[in-house]
Write a protein that binds this ligand. Structure first.
Ligand code: FES
Length: 100
């Protein structure tokens, strides 16, 4: 189990599921579409920590974006004890579900 920070929000991220599942279980309304690393809708910035795609490919990100630390939570698993990610640009991604 890893600690996942999104701004001031702290969540638990199970090693057995993609970060997107942990974000949504924690009450964040994170946008998603393909859940397969293709569309890029879920993309965000990895600020601290490490992730592992476990053999899957983040097709929605080009080499420059990957180098800049952009990740796709729908296929990314936690690979460090603590991670911090940014909220994606879309404001709906950082709102608690109760506020929608
Ligand atoms: S939901 Fe499509 S890349 Fe993550």
């Amino acid at each position: 189990m890893a600690l996942l920070w999104v701004g001031a929000t702290k969540l638990s991220a199970a090693a057995t599921q993609p970060l997107l599942d942990s974000l949504q279980a924690g009450g964040l309304a994170w946008r998603e579409s393909c859940r397969n690393g293709v569309c890029g809708v879920c993309a965000c910035q990895l600020i601290r920590g490490q992730i592992d795609y476990r053999g899957r490919q983040p097709h929605a990100l080009d080499a420059k974006e990957r180098k800049q630390g952009k990740i796709l939570p729908c296929i990314a698993y936690p690979a460090s004890e603590q991670l911090e990610i940014s909220s994606p640009a879309h404001p709906l991604n950082s709102l608690p579900l109760s506020s929608l």
